[in-house]
Write a protein that binds this ligand. Sequence first.
Ligand code: ZN
Length: 323
Amino acid sequence: LLATTGERLLLGVDLGGSAVKYGLITSEGAIVDHGKIPTLVERGPEDILHRIACALDELLARDGRRRTDILAVGFGSPGPLSTQRGVVIDTPNLQWKDVPVQATLEQDLGLPLVLHNDANAAAYGEFWKGAGREAQIMVLYTLGTGVGGGICLNNDLLVGPGENAGELGHMVLDPHGPQCPCGHFGCLEAFSAAKAIVRDMLIAIASGEETSLKAVDQAAITAKRIFEAARDGDAVARRLFHRAGWCLGLASGNLVNVLNAEMFVFGGAMSGAWEILHPAILEGARASAMAMPFEEIKFVRAELGENAGMIGAAGLALRAYGS
Ligand SMILES: [Zn+2]
């Protein structure tokens, strides 16, 4: 029916380490249809991109559409990458180096494509159609193994001249703090990522602190397990989750002062610990925010779940090619 109205649709792709999610999206951000294929990293980038092109064609065929119904494709990928050049520069978890995603898929599909960092795409998704849709300036954190994110303002995604905006996890909060995977010390990620919580629980156990997890096999100690212990009242686990939230709040308060950001959205697997994180986030933010009446700043969970990246990528394609 839509095809006969002449509405141009978008394709959104979210490339992850284990799966590729893709969808047919309207210019209003509604999902018409979607699918998922395994990434199969070991087969290499050419194979993955070829299977994505086939999957998109199948999706169109299934819905009775043609490529000419599509305005553009938005593609979210782990970075670092260049949106300007359409190239994924280097991603350790996919083992990709200088992969020309835009040129390859534009040729295979005969459609224009825009490439963005996956966390930035998710941020734009939440800003466009999710928790941040009423906000003027929104910051999204993706909380997982690491801490990623993106900043949206002026109806757009902040990318920056060096294409590195939104590296929220690498704001240094304490230069005397623990080392971050990036090499610096005391980054937000070194306190608030799942990895950081696991690291410090193992340190606490090794130093003889009293915790219900001390009898658990070290390999079985995950952030989820530590969260469950915290919920059951384990003091060490509670302290680590409180610190993770407090640091997120402290960083957010700084962004309130710098950007006048009014909304902070938290997504990713670790945002499942919201009941413990949220009060700590508010506490940390109160310790640094000064630019607004505090009650006007919103700290909320993401709404689009695992669809955020796919929807956001489609939205960025609409921004790039819509007029
Ligand atoms: Zn860092």
